[in-house]
Design a protein around this ligand. Structure first.
Ligand SMILES: Nc1ncnc2c1ncn2[C@@H]1O[C@H](COP(=O)(O)OP(=O)(O)O)[C@@H](O)[C@H]1O
Ligand SMILES: [Mg+2]
Length: 289
């Protein structure tokens, strides 16, 4: 195994970053990797979508970003029965994280605070996932500085192309400040709705678009009420509706396009779409290599 993977996902709010991170945490842990998921978003959604108790300020992400942090990470086991304690979560508590983030905004080294913490108090886990916020602000910058690898979630709308261009501009702007530039693992089409023509057209162009940025396009995760329901139940879809078709979007290349009626694929490069790599095995391979 190479050096520890620290993965974050950057993109606009509501594109499915948290959903991606918790489903990845589940699948990576299931594959035998030990996972630490750190919530760096003061919207504090992990307690809902992971069915966890609400965090206190003292036992939350803010505590690891303070000067007097002693290396005792406030981890809580994630779906411990199913994952046999292979995955843990450090949750954010809104007020304390907002307050730390405000204090660090005035500090020129504030953006390195999480990186420093992970360097100083090294975690034994194989992979660290950072659930970052949507806005390009202090917390997402902190996630970027800590990460070794990035995934970009993108809804297949016209707006996402300009959002991704803006995100890359932002990444290049901060590149000079980073100790090492995180590797972009790929762009993940998220909440993909095959019934919307605009989404089909955007997806068709996406692998070429991703190539322009020297990265790849993963197999899309479909828009499905199963994700919404599982989120509300505090579970990943693999536990809330095991075996349902959206589960395979994470694990099988181009799953969504397999067995699809020819008329539904009209105008699309179906061979290319069926070959798009599924995100979970791609990342598991990269980590275990
Ligand atoms: N593929 C999907 N299909 C349907 N709903 C989804 C999907 N992905 C995410 N959602 C829902 O969209 C909302 C925002 O998702 P979330 O993962 O919190 O986005 P972000 O972290 O980027 O703000 C949640 O209610 C979630 O259940
Ligand atoms: Mg989120």
């Amino acid at each position: 195994m190479k050096e520890k993977f620290i993965i974050t996902s950057l993109s606009s709010t509501g594109t499915g970053k948290t959903t991606l991170m918790v489903h990845l945490a589940y699948l990576l842990a299931q594959s035998g990797l030990s996972v630490a998921l750190i919530e760096l978003d003061n919207r504090s959604s992990l307690h809902d979508c992971c069915g966890l108790p609400k965090p206190t300020a003292e036992f939350s992400t803010a505590s690891i970003l303070t000067d007097d942090f002693d290396g005792n990470y406030p981890f809580f086991p994630l779906w411990s029965d199913a994952l046999k304690n292979k995955a843990v979560v450090c949750q954010a508590e809104r007020n304390s994280l907002e307050s730390v983030s405000r204090q660090l905004t005035g500090d020129p080294f504030g953006m390195f605070r999480l990186r420093e913490c992970l360097d100083r108090f090294s975690l034994s886990h194989d992979v660290v996932l950072i659930d970052a916020p949507g806005q390009q602000g202090q917390l997402s910058l902190m996630a970027l500085c800590a990460a070794t690898h990035l995934i970009i979630c993108a809804e297949m709308t016209q707006k996402c192309i300009s959002d991704i261009n803006a995100l890359f501009e932002w990444l290049y702007k901060y590149k000079t400040y980073l100790k090492s530039t995180p590797e972009i693992l790929g762009i993940l089409p998220s909440r993909y709705d095959h019934n919307a023509a605009i989404q089909r057209n955007t997806l068709n162009q996406f692998p070429a678009f991703a190539q322009k940025f020297n990265t790849l396009c993963f197999s899309p995760i479909r828009q499905s009420s199963r994700f919404f329901n599982a989120y509300a139940m505090g579970l990943p879809i693999f536990l809330d509706s095991p075996g349902s078709t959206p589960c395979y979007d994470f694990t099988e290349n181009g799953h969504l396009f397999k067995k699809m009626n020819q008329s539904k694929l009209k105008g699309l490069d179906e061979k290319m779409l069926q070959k798009l790599p599924a995100i979970a095995p791609y990342i598991i391979d990269a980590i275990k290599k």
